[in-house]
Design a binder for this molecule. Structure first.
Ligand SMILES: Cc1cc2nc3c(=O)[nH]c(=O)nc-3n(C[C@H](O)[C@H](O)[C@H](O)COP(=O)(O)O)c2cc1C
Length: 169
């Protein structure tokens, strides 16, 4: 698949097959995430790989949009370590870029993925901080559900001429 096909056909996937996800694949996904740009190259993203079903069930108890999460073969919690912050508040943008890179890499590797929102919801942040015993400076940003899938991922046409402006609004 070329890069444009990957970008245009990435869809949120919430159904996965039983096929296991190897450590090698996970490493590739994290490698893709950390290849994202970051403000001043601060690279303050950190990752927790989750496949403990008890932990996943606890996440489902406080996350309202995670009913499918136990079906994922692995879930990755992407966090920002604010003790490494060089440019205030840019960590959110850095972690967004890392998350999107991971979703695109998943598509390129023939996987399905879904971004589950954490930041800026205070309750989700606090619950995840407790559940994973995160240091004070580490803020959970997003959860990425991952697995092989039999669902078809296809392009959705979202391009609207009226949303694009030239030289002025
Ligand atoms: C910040 C953010 C938070 C999201 N949170 C959830 C979530 O909690 N649960 C979920 O099933 N999907 C979540 N999604 C996925 C969106 O629902 C999905 O991207 C959107 O419906 C467009 O569909 P597509 O990803 O297939 O293009 C989230 C996406 C983003 C960017």
């Amino acid at each position: 698949m070329d890069a444009m096909d990957v970008i245009l056909t990435r869809r949120s996937v919430r159904k996965y097959t039983d096929k296991e996800l190897s450590d090698e694949r996970i490493k590739e996904l994290i490698d893709a995430a950390v290849s994202a740009p970051s403000a001043g190259n601060q690279q303050l993203w950190r990752f927790i790989i989750i496949d403990d079903l008890e932990k996943i069930s606890k996440i489902q108890s406080f996350h309202p949009n995670a009913k499918f999460l136990h079906e994922a073969k692995k879930v990755i919690l992407i966090c920002g370590d604010l003790s490494l912050e060089k440019f205030k508040n840019y960590w959110v943008l850095d972690c967004s870029a890392a998350t999107q890179n991971m979703l695109l890499a998943a598509r390129a590797l023939g996987l399905g993925s879904c971004w589950l929102g954490v930041y800026p919801r205070e309750d989700r942040i606090e619950n995840l901080k407790k559940l994973f015993d995160l240091p004070e400076s580490v803020i959970p940003f997003s959860l990425v559900a991952l697995g092989y899938t039999s669902e078809k991922q296809e392009k959705v046409d979202r391009y609207k001429e009226e949303n694009v402006h030239y030289n002025k609004w």
